[in-house]
Design a protein around this ligand. Structure first.
Ligand code: SF4
Length: 889
């Protein structure tokens, strides 16, 4: 079986889908390259490890040691770097190459610790692993006995994505064997787009591993396009690896004659002269910009016969484009001529609220004189989004006349208070243009990497699918696992008022009357007359390789909640954690707030096996664990022993033995790839095995390849639901939802996606905070990982970007230390005055470690400023909706 077939079958076996289509003009498959270890310099040894940070490129790292210590890290350099054959280097960026600084950092955890002072005081004493295991086990048992399994929570963590970690790790299995734990839904990266895609294209489109992909095309599919419109898709800064997505993007762009238009408040390294146009849009105004594109496209459709084919395609596939079609659909639902999942929402279908009338200012949306002055013209959008009307018209004309427009979006755009709305608009755009599911196009979403498949999962998945070790997605005890799910962005809130949270008040899913895949006991339209509370606060939290104190919104609020210490343990309705356990390699801002801190090993100190986009890396330890640190896996075995779960599916194996069994399964198992090298000959060094590229995939090709026939999507209507009857119902009944109430009179939801100004947006009252702030993934960190590498802090300066016009008005010069203040707090950071940021906007790299001094965060963490207010539909994190004021420090 070919590796890519193996991956597809593997992914399917875990109920995650695979690429949606393959082209016939694939790149030449590469021969697998087994990477030799070069002759060592005298006294040096070499072994392979992997950068397992949440950048998701997972580059191989050649670890050079001498006398048991790491001397330096080198990149992978073998191969011929020929993009067309796929024999490319998989070179680590500066972050991976600085791993040595993490291994030996002053913040490195080397002993188990127990808190001695107040939470957050940083006062700890050393304890033994045995004591730690005993106390943690005791707390887990006591929490279950007094508050139930719903009071147990695993914290969000993605800082070490190896084969026995995050969502499919032994900790998941262990807690499931005890009856389950509270789970969350939605995640920091992409909650809003996942909801948007599911409402627009159907749940079945949300189908790649870990929700990263949503039926999009691969990045290399761009080579068949003649026009790329990017809403902040920034692969060059996000994936700096020499062999991954950023590299694919650059190669694709450089080798093809296409027009590239980039829309983002920041002029990022993805541009650097590659773009034909950079449109420095104001944050959260993309919706107004897209409404104006819709206006230009629809105007052409209804006056210009040249676009009849595209108009007919749009009318056939889009539910809600015209009043007539929506009326017909509603009537057919009511009379039973059509039977589909929208039937129960038929009374909430309002045909007069169709997209065409809304955009063109017709019908219900006409002005008081019956005219169309409410039309969403480029002239209306220009003063909002900051892009001239002429430029908007140019983009619309380019889209209309392009042979194969490739429309894509990064994920920053959807991390905003109206993230769901803008993504629904972006997904509608290619359908409106008849530019979806065919060569050179995309469905509007983040493109996928054109390589070996969905990421790291396949290799461990093969082994974890062993029925005696079915840890994947925690499926060891399906009859007893907790089905309730709290929105991830309410994780900390649930420590204070989880007991009263309901489906209606806080979007808790999986309760008796909640509507989830597990429970549809009542039609959703009746849910608002019944409700059930979650019943307990979160009392026990275990965070592994996660820095959620730093990475959640409104750090000061997070700390306030974590500082609450209940008067006695086991009180379900009393605010505050009974125990907070952090397992990590560094004393992070999150670890400082733990009760028990346990030292994990780094990526160089343990066995592992991971498949990345470009390579499978077999890691063998380069050095002994530092101090008294242990692989997290070994602590879970100790914990299981203390909980009476001896040998919990490990069959007594160590991490080394387990990794070898993973490898054996990955080569020889039912879904194995016999081309993977065996262990023999690599016991001391591990290896890097280069994958051949997968063929470029055309997003949603299957769904649209019958483009002349009836639509066949997984939405209730089988159409692209630009008008969502279910959202129409929610919008009509949202009075009970306090999250939606927070959006004020404008509300947060509507049946068709619209541009709606929200709190702390460009059009809201600035209340003394005149600038909009966005945060971005800096080249010097992978989220908060690598923050404590001194070299990276020197190379990639942490500074807030401000336009020269704004800087001049405020009398600010580059390098000057500033106070940046929002309604939530103040941080200090130097200024970077640059024309690479739009006027009225400032931008700050996220992930810096919060460090409070005299009430100000001198560490410069963006989340000192962000708000803990969930978005209306996905209940996600609107990190890019922030207004700030800036003063000299
Ligand atoms: S941060 Fe990403 S690109 Fe850099 S070395 Fe690590 S995995 Fe590779």
């Amino acid at each position: 079986m070919k590796r890519r077939d193996f991956l597809k079958v593997s992914a399917a076996s875990a109920a995650v889908a695979t690429v949606t289509g393959c082209s016939s003009d694939s790149a030449e498959p590469a021969e697998p390259i087994e990477q030799p270890i070069t002759d060592p310099i005298a006294g040096e040894s070499h072994a392979w490890a992997q950068c397992q940070s949440n950048c998701w490129a997972w580059c191989p790292l050649k670890v050079i040691t001498k006398d048991g210590k790491i001397i330096r890290i080198e990149p992978h350099t073998e191969g011929d770097d020929n993009f067309n054959t796929g024999r490319i280097h998989n070179k680590a960026c500066a972050k991976g190459l600085m791993l040595k600084e993490l291994v030996y950092s002053p913040e490195r955890l080397t002993k188990p610790l127990k808190r001695t002072g107040p939470r957050g005081s940083g006062q700890f004493k050393e304890i033994s692993w045995e004591q730690a295991a005993s106390e943690v086990a005791q707390s887990i048992r006591s929490t279950i006995d007094t508050c139930g399994n719903r009071a147990l929570m695993l914290g969000n963590g993605s800082g070490s994505a190896h084969s026995s970690y995050p969502i499919m790790g032994p900790h998941v299995r262990l807690l499931n064997m005890l009856g389950g734990f509270q789970k969350t839904y939605g995640y920091y990266s992409a909650s809003m787009k996942e909801q948007a895609i599911s409402y627009t294209f159907g749940e079945g489109t949300k189908n790649f591993a870990y929700g990263q992909g949503t039926g999009s095309s691969s990045v290399t599919e761009m080579k068949h396009s003649d026009y790329v419109l990017s809403f902040g898709y920034n692969p060059v800064e996000m994936f700096m690896t020499g062999g991954g997505e950023g590299h694919h993007f650059i190669q694709t762009l450089e080798k093809n004659d296409l027009k590239f238009v980039y829309i983002d408040p920041r002029y990022t390294d993805t541009c650097l002269g590659r773009e034909d146009d950079w449109l420095g849009i104001r944050p959260m105004t993309d919706g107004a910009f897209i409404e104006a594109l819709f206006h230009e496209i629809l105007t052409e459709y209804y006056i210009n016969e040249a676009f009849d084919d595209n108009r007919e395609f749009a009318e056939r596939f889009i539910l809600g484009l015209t009043k007539e079609a929506l009326t017909q659909y509603r009537d057919d639902l009511k009379t039973g001529k059509i039977v589909d999942g929208n039937k129960e929402y038929a009374d909430w279908i309002y045909p007069e609220e169709n997209l065409k009338d809304y955009i063109l200012g017709l019908g219900k949306f006409a002005d008081e004189n019956g005219g169309n002055s409410n039309a969403k013209t480029p002239e209306k959008a220009a003063p909002i989004c900051g892009i001239s009307a002429d430029k908007i018209r140019q983009v619309a004309q380019d889209l209309l006349t392009a042979r194969a427009p490739f429309i894509c979006a990064g994920q920053g755009i959807q991390r905003s208070a109206q993230g769901e709305q803008v993504m629904r608009m972006i997904y509608t755009l290619p359908v409106l243009l008849n530019a979806i599911g065919r060569r050179g196009t995309n469905n509007g979403d983040l493109p996928m990497v054109a390589a070996a498949g969905p990421g790291a999962a396949p290799v461990p998945m093969a082994a974890w699918s062993d029925p005696t070790f079915p840890g994947f997605l925690g499926g060891t005890a399906p009859a007893t696992v907790i089905q309730a799910k709290i929105p991830t962005y309410k994780t900390f809130e649930a420590m204070e008022r989880g007991f009263e949270m309901t489906y209606r008040s806080d979007g808790v899913k999986g309760l008796k009357y909640g509507v989830t895949p597990f429970n549809s006991e009542l039609p959703e339209s009746e849910v608002n007359i019944k409700d059930e509370t979650y019943g307990t606060n979160i009392k026990f939290l275990m965070t592994i390789a996660g820095n959620t104190v730093n990475q959640h919104g409104d750090i000061n609020e997070v700390k306030r909640i974590l500082s609450i210490e209940p008067s006695s343990a086991g009180q379900a309705e009393e605010p505050g954690l009974d125990m907070h356990v952090v397992i990590d390699t560094q004393m992070t801002p999150t670890a400082q707030w733990a009760d028990i801190v346990l030292p994990d090993t780094t990526w160089t100190e343990r066995w592992d096996l991971i498949a990345s986009d470009n390579a499978t890396v077999l890691t063998v330890p380069s050095i002994e664990p530092i101090g008294d640190s242990k692989p997290m896996f070994e602590f879970m075995v100790m914990l299981a022993d203390n909980l009476g779960l001896s040998g919990f599916a490990t069959k007594g194996r160590t991490q080394e033995e387990l990794t070898k069994s993973f490898l054996d399964e990955a080569i020889n198992g039912m879904l194995g790839d016999p081309e993977l090298p065996p262990l023999e000959g690599h016991e001391k060094t591990g290896y890097v095995y280069i994958h051949s590229f997968d063929e470029p995939a055309i997003g949603m090709e299957k769904e649209f390849n019958g483009r002349n026939g009836a639509p066949a999507l997984s939405t209730p209507s089988k159409m692209v639901e630009t008008y969502s009857p279910r959202l129409a119902w929610i919008a009509s009944n949202d009075g009970w939802d306090k999250d939606i109430q927070a959006y004020g009179e404008t509300g947060g939801l509507s049946a068709i996606p619209k541009y709606v100004p929200t709190w702390e947006s460009f059009e809201s009252d600035d209340e003394g905070y005149p600038l909009q702030m966005v945060s971005y993934h800096t080249k010097g960190r992978a989220h908060s990982t690598f923050h404590n590498c001194p070299t990276l802090r020197k190379v990639y300066e942490d500074a807030i970007w401000i336009n020269p016009y704004d800087a001049n008005n405020l009398g600010i010069i580059s390098g000057e230390m500033l106070d940046v203040t929002s309604k939530r707090g103040t941080l200090q950071v130097p200024a970077k005055v640059t024309p690479r940021i739009a006027m009225g906007v400032v931008a700050l790299g996220q992930g810096a470690w919060n460090k409070l001094q005299n009430g100000k965060d001198i560490g410069g963490c963006a989340n000192t400023l962000t708000r803990q207010q969930t978005t209306p539909l996905a209940k996600g994190n609107p990190m890019n909706t922030v207004r700030v004021r800036i003063t000299q420090a």
